[in-house]
Design a protein around this ligand. Structure first.
Ligand code: SAJ
Length: 403
């Protein structure tokens, strides 16, 4: 690959923007291409439109230095990286139309020796499909492009560090593509780069998140069984984990976020007969959220019978996991919303956000003081070591009050 590499990053979201900024920091020229005019303008001002620690300073410095700029229009580059969303539709089928339209967008700009990489989480076979699409429209390029899949595996909240330090699996549609893609990532990744083929690399991403989903489902199922058996699930797991080869994860309000609750469906949709455990894990984790709602409602009903009025319920945490402000696919938000829709008096607390269109957020102390029932839905650090008055009914689904 030549010396001054120019990179076209398609999609400037949670993955595309930090990756583009990191590449620019390593002295490559990066043009970020996004269909959203506001996103393009925000980035060109050196600002950001998403929340991620350290990202604002990084973007501002590489925009100032002229290494990163954003545009709505594609242009020629040496490397194209696709980092657009691949959502699931209502029927749990993956939607790769953004990957396809991003690929179509750059078709006229592709040149011999270009490297085309997909990072978006994708069903197995997507990279080969895009290669077919490219060569159908630009047959003269056949055999002259390098095409690969390389999934990201960064944890929201720690993206900048993990982008640089995590190991990565990189799979080309042929061996030269794999080699060229590894050379490219070596410019900015300190982690190990493992070569494979495109189909395996696609499946690696899906399997990582499915594995976590299955393990969390096991913990969630144990919590439901233990409740029925009159056993403290936290003590149970702590003791079982003393075994040298057992490591049970934590039960909770359900599984949220835009990855673990989504990616397993990419396997289930293509392998519906075979992926029985993966599908069941999804169902168990979704059911756990409904189970939590039922538990709260039962407690509220008991209160109403005893006190002849509806209880005020403080819901502690709305984010999808501890110590972040991300509400996407959040089971806790779903619980609070569902209680509110069923006419319960919900006092919502979320220390990581300052404003919600949906809830009048309360300060922690105020909510506890005003509430009859205090429900812990997320293990935010602010919820540790609280002095909870004994008069309050406490439902702690994440064990944060005992940590
Ligand atoms: N959760 C539990 N119990 C646990 C651990 C997690 O209930 O013991 C819940 C969390 O509360 C949350 C959900 O699971 O609702 C997911 O949180 P997470 O921290 O496990 O993962 P994400 O969604 O923030 O990021 C994941 C990561 N994947 C894995 O750990 C295998 C990350 O590395 C991926 O890059 C990311 O998905 C992604 O983009 O795919």
């Amino acid at each position: 690959m030549k010396e001054n590499i120019k990179v076209g990053m398609l999609g400037l979201g949670y993955i595309g923007l930090p990756t583009a900024a990191l590449i620019a920091l390593k002295n490559m020229e990066v043009v970020g291409i996004d269909i959203n005019k506001d996103v393009v303008e925000t980035i060109n001002r050196g600002e950001i439109h998403i929340v991620e620690p350290e990202l604002d300073a990084l973007v501002s410095s590489v925009v100032m230095s002229g290494k990163l700029r954003a545009s709505q229009n594609p242009e020629q580059a040496d490397v194209f990286v696709i980092a657009v969303p691949t959502p699931i539709r209502d029927n749990n089928q993956p939607d790769i139309s953004y990957v396809q339209s991003a690929t179509e967008m750059i078709l006229p700009y592709l040149q011999p020796d270009n490297l085309f990489i997909i990072e978006s989480t994708s069903p197995v076979g997507t990279t080969e499909k895009m290669a077919e699409l490219i060569y159908k429209e630009r047959p003269e390029l056949k055999g002259k492009l390098h095409i690969a899949y390389c999934p990201e595996r960064v944890l929201p909240g720690n993206v900048i560090y993990e982008l640089e330090h995590n190991d990565r699996a990189i799979g080309g549609i042929d061996e030269t593509s794999t080699k060229k893609a590894i050379e490219f990532y070596r410019n900015f990744v300190k982690g190990k780069l493992y070569p494979t083929n495109a189909r395996t690399a696609e499946m690696v991403k899906l399997v990582e998140n499915s594995s976590r989903d299955v393990q969390i489902a096991f913990a969630n199922e144990l919590s439901i069984i233990s409740d029925k058996a009159g056993i403290d699930v936290w003590e149970l797991i702590e003791l079982a984990n003393k075994h040298p080869r057992v490591n049970i994860l934590r039960p909770g309000t359900g599984v949220g976020g835009h990855c673990i609750a989504v990616d397993p469906w990419f396997i289930v949709s293509d392998f519906s007969k075979e992926a029985r455990l993966i599908r069941t894990a999804r169902e168990i984790n979704n059911y756990k959220t409904e189970w939590v709602i039922e538990k709260i409602k039962n407690e509220a009903l008991q209160f109403e019978l005893a006190h002849k009025r509806k209880p005020r319920i403080a819901t502690m945490g709305l984010a999808f996991k501890p110590d972040i402000d991300d509400l996407r696919e959040s089971p806790s938000l779903y619980v609070a919303r569902s209680l509110k829709m069923q006419d319960f008096d919900v006092l919502a607390v979320e220390p990581n956000i300052s404003h919600s269109d949906e809830f009048d957020l309360l300060e922690l102390d105020q909510a506890i003081q005003d509430a009859d029932i205090v429900v812990f839905l997320v293990g935010h650090k602010e919820f540790k070591n609280l002095n909870l008055p004994t008069s309050k009914i406490v439902l702690d689904f994440v064990n944060i009050t005992r940590e």
